[in-house]
Ligand binder design. Structure first.
Ligand SMILES: Nc1ncnc2c1ncn2[C@@H]1O[C@H](COP(=O)(O)OP(=O)(O)OP(=O)(O)O)[C@@H](O)[C@H]1O
Ligand SMILES: [Mg+2]
Length: 392
């Protein structure tokens, strides 16, 4: 059994944390925080069982500076206890907090299910004495295509947004279209640090520093935005991609990658880490031929991520081809067909993914259904309840 200490003034937060399964929860007011770590741990009925301390640092809660100090004191005395900060401004606080010994930052608005996952991960890693970066391997979903303009960025941003609904703190999207990536624009983000900054600076030295350089989307999704200009792209070597993905998949449940058209060296480096390769084509003869060739090349190079998925975009039949023709041409089933819709470019231009802006639209429903394949949460979760049946 594990025990949790929560310091908050919010009864709603206390309720959620209790539901999230702190088997044994001690709730304290900020003014009750004692001066030393042993005194704090001793406030739990079973001090030996304490595995997580949650400090709510929102307005009126624990002072931010004090919270980071407390985290440092706890982790230096009790390496098996994880300290988490509850904050609605993780981006600003992340770097000093993580450096100070805080294990993770979470938004108190998270669902109970998400809080449960966070607590479980904190407890498991502290119980084993491992940091997450030594033990955790997330799912890596790579969206690729031989041709340009077929909907890779649209699909990657929507997959990431849909996964972030389930795991807001556990999903990261990486723009690996190193020269002309436009993920930042598709999500209306103005990054402080880009992929180029991350690979040339200290960003790849450890997971904690890397996490502090990510750009946070309003949904909770973390993003590695593309470089500022194509000239910077040279720094993104396959070795850098390898290190980046090694770190990210240890820290995030879901890592989603958008890529450049074709088999760039960065995409090939990413495929080594990919658990789900999503190959997308438009419904036209050149696109489908390119896809067939790409599938053959992957076989020849023996680059076979555990699962491949084929997506046909702009599947409206106007081109005189059908999805069935694609199936025949490539010799395998099509996993998802997305219709052409004027709402898609509108959502791209507004910087809001379809699944967030128009969740009931048929394109959004098709994508969220498809994404259910990557999200493997327990039955009865929000995911299964809302999106059942949309998987083709
Ligand atoms: N199903 C769809 N219906 C209508 N428009 C779409 C659809 N899917 C994508 N688009 C639009 O097509 C354009 C190209 O899409 P996107 O940028 O996602 O392609 P891409 O494969 O990432 O391109 P590139 O290879 O240049 O990176 C965008 O304006 C997007 O809004
Ligand atoms: Mg793109």
């Amino acid at each position: 059994m594990s025990a949790t200490i929560l310091v908050t003034t919010s009864t709603e937060t206390a309720r959620k944390v209790r539901l999230a399964g702190g088997d044994e929860l001690t709730v304290l007011q900020p003014q009750q925080l004692p001066a030393t770590a042993p005194q704090l741990v001793a406030m739990a009925p079973q001090p030996d069982a304490v595995r997580a301390v949650l400090l709510d640092v929102r307005q009126g809660g624990v002072d931010e500076g004090q919270a980071v100090e407390v985290a440092g004191r706890i982790t230096s005395v009790y390496p098996t206890i994880s300290v988490l900060l509850l904050t609605d401004d993780a981006e600003r606080l992340a770097l000093p907090a993580l450096r100070g010994g805080v294990r993770d930052l979470a938004d108190p608005e998270l669902s109970v299910e998400e809080l449960r996952l966070l607590l479980r991960r904190a407890v498991e890693s502290s119980a084993s004495g491992l940091t997450e970066s030594e033990g955790f391997t997330g799912r890596v979903v790579t969206v690729a295509s031989p041709k340009g303009g077929v909907g890779k960025t649209t699909l990657a941003t929507n997959i990431a947004a849909a996964l972030a609904e389930q795991a807001p703190q556990g999903t990261v999207l990486v723009d690996l279209d190193v020269q002309f990536g436009d993920v930042a624009s598709a999500l209306d983000l103005q990054p402080t640090y880009t992929l180029g900054d991350i690979v040339v600076g200290p960003g790849l030295s450890d997971a904690m520093t890397l996490k502090s350089l990510l750009t946070r989307h309003g949904s909770g999704l973390q993003v590695v935005c593309g470089v500022h200009s194509p000239a910077e792209a040279d720094v993104v070597t396959p070795a850098a991609v390898d290190t980046l993905l090694r770190l990210l998949k240890q820290e995030f449940r879901y890592v989603v990658l958008d890529t450049a058209p074709g088999m760039s060296e960065q995409t090939l480096a990413a495929i080594d880490h990919t658990t789900d390769l999503v190959l997308i084509t438009s419904l036209d003869v050149p696109g489908v031929r390119g896809l067939k060739k790409e599938l053959e090349v992957l076989d020849e190079l023996d680059l076979s991520p555990s699962t491949r998925h084929v997506v046909v975009n702009f599947a409206d039949g106007d081109a005189g081809l059908t999805v069935r023709d694609v199936t025949t041409a490539i010799g395998r089933k099509v996993d998802l067909a997305l219709p052409r819709s004027p709402k898609v470019p509108r959502s791209t231009n507004q910087g809001r993914p379809m699944v967030s802006a128009l969740p009931k639209d048929k394109v959004s429903r098709a994508i969220t259904g498809f994404v259910g394949r990557f999200a493997h949460l327990s039955s009865g979760s929000r995911w299964n309840g809302r999106h059942r049946g949309a998987v083709r």
